[in-house]
Ligand binder design. Structure first.
Ligand SMILES: Nc1ncnc2c1ncn2[C@@H]1O[C@H](COP(=O)(O)OP(=O)(O)OP(=O)(O)O)[C@@H](O)[C@H]1O
Length: 301
């Protein structure tokens, strides 16, 4: 189990993580999401003991990472966004190096490394890691994070470089890891992925936890509240400055937009665009998604 108690971090007097208190129960896959600069990486770095909190604490199975650093770090598997490996060693030799640091015996190391390379689909990879694709490095990162049989897995943007089969493998491995009783915390910007894999989600904005629950809980909160509309136009769109629009994310050189509005503003948006000579291709309400629920938090930055 992971527990944050009044966790706080300041840089030069500026608070970037502000009084975080929540817990992630054993076996949960928790998605930590939020806009750029919200404090996700800082929170993760405190959780894995790479930086110290200014106040409060992070507990792994009840033990404080600051007061029991060695014991607690042995219970954590951490996969940073940019996984660092020795480019001139093979995947197996890289893992063997880290396994030695964990104090694992040669026979145990050999067996564990073979199992893990098969698990992440790298059992046939005999080349040096310098020749790996980004996706292969990410697979190796996951194997590295699982090396010490951790109780808690902390993964920063784990699927960013993976192709669809790689993502499917990751999901399967993480679900199995959670079913084995590991507690998993993932930081990600890929909201549909978080929606698919995470059993609970926390939204950070300006260092504070502004929403938390299962993806289903967060969606329910939206019912009777905001409406999400997909807008597609033939011409580039101006800013959709229509009263009641809460948040817009534009795409495809401003010919597509996802609009979160207080109510169904389809007629008003159509009139707004037609009045500005913008030809409309499609305007439809979208079923609520995790993305539409949390987008307003991204806008508030
Ligand atoms: N070492 C540091 N010194 C000073 N300020 C820092 C330091 N590390 C992070 N910050 C600031 O703390 C804030 C939170 O940064 P953090 O990297 O934790 O955000 P994040 O949610 O992980 O963002 P992103 O999604 O862009 O990775 C930002 O304003 C950042 O500039």
């Amino acid at each position: 189990m992971i527990r944050f108690e009044h966790l706080m971090k300041e840089y030069s007097g500026r608070r970037v993580v502000d009084d975080l208190t929540f817990q992630v129960p054993q076996g949960e896959i928790f998605g930590l999401i939020g806009p750029n600069g919200a404090g996700k990486s800082t929170t993760i770095l405190m959780l894995v003991g790479l930086i110290e909190p200014t106040g409060g604490r992070c507990l792994i199975n009840g033990e404080d990472i600051v007061t029991e650093p060695i014991r607690v770090k042995h219970r954590i598997g951490y996969m940073p966004e940019d996984v660092g490996f020795y480019a001139d060693l093979t995947a197996a030799r890289n893992l063997d190096f880290f396994a030695q640091l964990y104090g694992m015996k040669p026979a145990e190391r050999k067996q564990r490394i073979e199992e893990l390379l098969a698990l992440v689909g790298l059992d046939g990879a005999t080349q040096q890691v310098g020749a790996f694709s980004k996706g292969m490095r990410q697979r190796l990162g996951l194997a590295g994070a699982l090396l010490n049989d951790p109780a808690v897995l902390v993964l920063d943007e784990p699927t960013a470089n993976l192709d669809p089969p790689g993502v499917a493998d990751f999901r399967r491995i993480l679900r199995d890891a959670a079913a084995e009783g590991r507690t998993i915390l993932i930081s990600s910007h890929i909201l549909p992925e978080v929606d698919q894999i995470c059993t609970s989600v926390g939204v950070l904005a300006r260092g504070r936890l502004v929403a938390m629950g299962t993806p289903g809980d967060l969606l329910q909160k939206q019912e009777g509240g905001t409406v999400t509309l997909c807008v597609e136009t033939r011409d580039p769109m101006p800013d959709l400055a229509v009263p009641g629009v809460l948040c817009v994310s534009y795409d495809a050189p401003r010919r597509e937009a996802l609009v979160v509005a207080e109510r169904d503003l389809g007629d008003e948006i159509a009139a707004f665009l037609v009045g500005r000579g913008v030809r409309l291709l499609r305007l439809a309400e979208r079923q609520p998604s995790l993305e539409s629920v949390v987008l307003p938090y991204y806008r508030e930055v």
